[in-house]
Ligand binder design. Structure first.
Ligand code: HEM
Length: 163
């Protein structure tokens, strides 16, 4: 049996922040997969509402992912210079920001759906819009899948300039 009391507090907090980083990543990815499955022209009220809720969950998880990442750089990792001096870290941050930027278009679209939904009406989603959103979600999924690869290399010091 592992006694939690026997674990040094700094190890426990490091593990906790790393856990938040992984769980929020999983939630983000899961939400994107669900959105990808749900997107279709003229969705039902149920599907459209689920999309809006899924996007809110995605947004909150993306913030937790960013927050835990920043905490790991500043306090719970291998020292901030270990990351900021590594171009792979900046590729990782850049990919995250690119995916986040891409999400703005679907997010604004879903926020606008909330207006008809609140009035009990269905949002109008054309074939072309559904296709466009589907492609954006595909690209986001590929971006998200690439980030852990950059992370695993970065965590092992690959890419750091020779001392
Ligand atoms: C800008 C936002 C982010 C920052 C600042 C950040 C920062 C960090 C830091 C400092 C670590 C610790 C590395 C170590 O153990 O020394 C880490 C690990 C990790 N991050 Fe992030 N991260 C961010 C976004 C993401 C995203 C979006 C994902 C997934 C899509 C992700 C996935 C991972 C994984 C899988 C690890 C574990 C690497 C390993 O230990 O092998 N991170 N991140």
């Amino acid at each position: 049996m592992i006694g939690f009391a026997a674990i040094p507090p700094e190890v426990l907090s490091q593990a906790g922040v790393a856990y938040v980083h992984y769980v929020s990543f999983m939630v983000c990815f899961g939400a994107l997969v669900l959105e990808r499955r749900l997107i279709k022209p003229n969705p039902s009220k149920q599907d459209a509402t689920l999309m809006v809720i899924t996007d809110v969950v995605y947004g909150l998880a993306a913030l937790a992912l960013l927050g835990s990442g920043i905490l790991r750089v500043l306090y719970f990792g291998q020292g901030s210079a270990f990351y900021t001096e590594n171009p792979l870290f900046w590729w990782k941050v850049g990919t995250y920001l690119a995916v986040g930027g891409l999400s703005l278009y679907p997010t604004i679209t879903y926020i606008l759906w909330a207006i008809p939904l609140r009035k009990g009406e269905l949002p109008k989603v054309s074939e072309a819009l559904a296709k466009r959103l589907g492609w954006i979600l595909n690209i986001e999924l590929v971006g998200f899948a690439a980030i852990p690869f950059l992370a695993t290399l970065m965590a092992r010091g690959v890419g750091l300039p020779a001392a």
